[in-house]
Design a binder for this molecule. Structure first.
Ligand SMILES: [Fe+2]
Ligand SMILES: [Fe+2]
Length: 474
């Protein structure tokens, strides 16, 4: 299914056959472009970037690489191919044909789900606005811009659903998605992780590894939805999301590699010496990881959630890879182990699986996060450095759910406020850590050159050489 780029809004949904929707999207487009100009990546009006643009939504060969002037990127509406005779795979409607229109009784819930997902997309663009000014290489600058245009396209994806299926309320929500802003005290983004700052590239890499991975799991759960347009929209977004996590995983890997090289050159693991040599010491990297991991873990919501159960029972949001799970997909009697605090300790208790769908998704996410971490640790090992990164306990630094009001160490012991006050700076980045990392962020844009704190990538984008001019800055 190829994408029609000849229309004002590129799409594969035959937009010109639906005049009402076309008009709605065309009237939203100027607001979007205004938002992009004001809150999209800084100083990119005249920049040519070697970007990947989707040309079809087939699983293979859907992308095309070439220079694009950033404001001319063709944002549009692309849905994965429909699956013939698709049936709802879970919940009380299991086995019935999927819905092509919004079922009346689930209208406000579906709208809320779409708005919550949609809100994160422009939020991350806003969070990353300034990063281009301090990029560690031209290769990284290009990747940042690729992530930014795709997140903005994800906004389009959600706005399409709102405008196509939710009438006037949908149009109002589409406008509101451009009115809330990351970190704005009066009109903040809906989810807290998207109001945090992404002040420098170490945060950016951690964000794309951990927070975009939350996106992957949310999108995968929505890709199971009985509301077929939502499922197909999210299915295609997932293909773009994979690149964001690649940027995060390889980014952190390269920072680690450079740090290990410096440690070996200097023959020391002293953080001061490593910092003085212009690299980030491993304990500081661990702290940034702890932060970004814990705020991302919060995004899955409460451990026990009647909302989550209703989304599932009503066929709106499934589990990760629902159809591959071997059970009845309705969960009347199933249980799932859920952690909770009992007598000052964290213990796992079996709870109704239906109420624990959030927790199950979080557990899937944690397993997936750990896999990349294992690769990072192998990289450290290969360099002969004796250090291991560890994911903190899932109760660490939580604001939401069963652990929201508690202080928990990265190992999972409950401590009091006083002890937390003494120790948190060993576990989470301090202002000093932030200023140190920020002090390393000097813009490097000579093709093929890298900043002091990061190793070059193993290969270029689309098999291009490392010193390729990925971004033409005029
Ligand atoms: Fe996204
Ligand atoms: Fe993403």
């Amino acid at each position: 299914m190829s994408i029609n780029y000849s229309e004002r809004i590129p799409n594969n949904v035959d937009l010109s056959g639906d005049r009402r929707l076309q008009r709605a999207l065309e009237s939203w487009q100027p607001s979007f472009l205004g938002w992009w100009q004001e809150l999209g990546p800084e100083g990119t009006e005249e920049v040519d970037v070697y970007l990947r643009t989707a040309v079809s939504v087939e699983a293979r060969g859907w992308a095309n690489f070439g220079y694009v002037k950033m404001p001319d990127y063709r944002w549009g509406v692309f849905l994965a191919k429909p699956e013939a005779d698709r049936k709802i795979a879970f919940g009380e409607h299991k086995g019935q044909p999927v819905w092509q229109e919004v079922p009346g009784e689930h209208r406000s819930t579906l709208r809320r789900l779409i708005v919550t997902q949609g809100d994160t997309e422009p939020a991350s663009v806003e969070q990353q606005k300034q990063l281009g000014l301090t990029c560690p290489s031209m290769y990284d600058l290009r990747n940042l811009y690729q992530v930014n245009v795709e997140e903005a396209r994800h906004l389009w994806a959600m706005v399409y659903l709102l405008q196509a299926y939710f009438g006037r309320d949908g149009r109002e929500e589409a406008e509101a998605l451009l009115e809330r802003h990351s970190g704005d005290p009066n009109k903040p983004r809906i989810l807290q992780a998207f109001n945090e700052r992404t002040p420098h590239w170490l945060s950016f890499f951690m964000f794309t590894y951990f927070t975009d991975r939350d996106g992957k799991y949310q999108l995968a759960a929505l890709a199971e939805s009985g509301f077929d347009p939502l499922a197909r929209t999210c299915q295609f977004m997932l293909t773009e999301e994979a690149h964001h996590m690649f940027v995060g995983e390889t980014g952190v890997m390269r920072v680690l590699q450079r740090t290990c090289e410096v440690m070996k050159e200097l023959g020391t693991d002293s953080p001061e010496a490593i910092r003085a040599a212009g690299a980030v010491d491993l304990p500081t990297i661990q702290k940034f990881m702890n932060f970004h991991y814990s705020v991302s873990v919060d995004l899955f919501g409460g451990e026990i959630s009647t909302n989550g159960a209703n989304f599932f029972t009503n066929g709106l949001k499934g589990r990760y890879l629902e159809s591959r799970i071997k059970d009845d997909h309705q969960l009347p009697d199933a249980t799932w182990p859920v952690s909770t605090i009992k007598e000052g300790r964290i213990v796992a208790e079996n709870q109704p699986a239906l109420l624990a769908v959030n927790e199950r998704l979080r557990d899937d996410y944690i397993g997936d996060s750990q896999r990349g971490l294992d690769r990072w640790n192998k990289g450290i090992q290969r360099q002969g450095v004796d250090f291991e990164l560890t994911l903190p306990h899932k109760a660490f630094n939580r604001r939401i759910g069963a652990f929201g009001g508690s202080r928990v160490t990265p190992e999972g012991s409950i401590i009091n406020e006083e002890e937390w006050g003494r120790c948190w700076m060993d576990w989470l980045p301090t202002d000093d850590d932030h200023s140190f990392v920020a002090s390393l962020m000097k813009r490097v844009i000579e093709p093929g050159k890298m900043a002091s704190w990061i190793a070059p990538p193993a290969r270029g984008i689309n098999n291009m050489p490392m010193d390729f001019e990925y971004v033409k800055l005029s």
